[in-house]
Write a protein that binds this ligand. Structure first.
Ligand code: IMP
Ligand code: MG
Length: 180
């Protein structure tokens, strides 16, 4: 079926105020939990960079940021289950407190793979914060340490999340329903 951005239905699920409030709360919680410990944030590109950009401005901590870019599936109904690194970390995470910043935890395939990869580099600790969590879709036994919002099994875009690389610039999170 042809994809036409113009005719898709986009219903707001999380508006800008709701997102901002929750990101502020997550920032306060993470700041309290890591107080006095330097933190390395690892943002997972591309979906997480908008969330990460907002989150770090609410982290009252000594921190550094690195990115991992992974290829993810573009179509909700055709998950590959396979994950590929397209940009590796720039700096070693050995001995560091690492917090992975994810856009969304869906089946758990991506984080299961990332966790193995990152743990092999021997961080002092490894936790994950995800903006969104879709636990009903989980096929791997993975859980985030910090969750922004738990959502139902719907496909969402905006605030960094894409459908076929589109819609990342929406300021809020919306449910995408494709036109027939
Ligand atoms: P998982 O490997 O199934 O947990 O999927 C994680 C990745 O799939 C995310 O980082 C997103 O790139 C993508 N993804 C899963 N659900 C959605 C969605 O509703 N909207 C946009 N991307 C999604
Ligand atoms: Mg992604």
């Amino acid at each position: 079926m042809a994809y036409d951005a113009q005719h898709n239905d986009l219903e707001v699920l999380l508006d800008t105020e709701t997102l901002a409030r929750r990101v502020r709360e997550l920032g306060a919680q993470i700041s309290a939990d890591y107080r006095g410990r330097p933190l390395r944030l690892v943002g997972i590109l591309k979906g997480a960079w908008v969330f990460l950009a907002d989150l770090i401005r609410h982290l009252d901590l000594e921190l550094t940021v690195d990115f991992l870019c992974i290829a993810s599936y573009a179509n909700h109904s055709h998950p590959t289950g396979a994950v590929k690194i397209t940009k590796d970390l720039d700096q070693s995470i050995e001995g560091l407190d690492v917090l992975v910043v994810e856009d969304i935890l869906d089946t758990g395939d991506t984080f299961e793979y990332l966790r193995g990869l990152l743990e092999a580099h021997k961080p002092r600790s490894l936790k994950v914060v995800t903006l969104l969590d879709k636990p009903s879709r989980r096929v791997r036994p993975v859980q985030a340490d910090y969750v922004g919002f738990t959502i139902a099994d719907v496909f969402v875009v905006g605030y960094g999340l894409d459908y076929a690389q589109q819609y990342r610039n929406l300021p809020d999170v919306r449910v995408l329903r494709k036109s027939q």
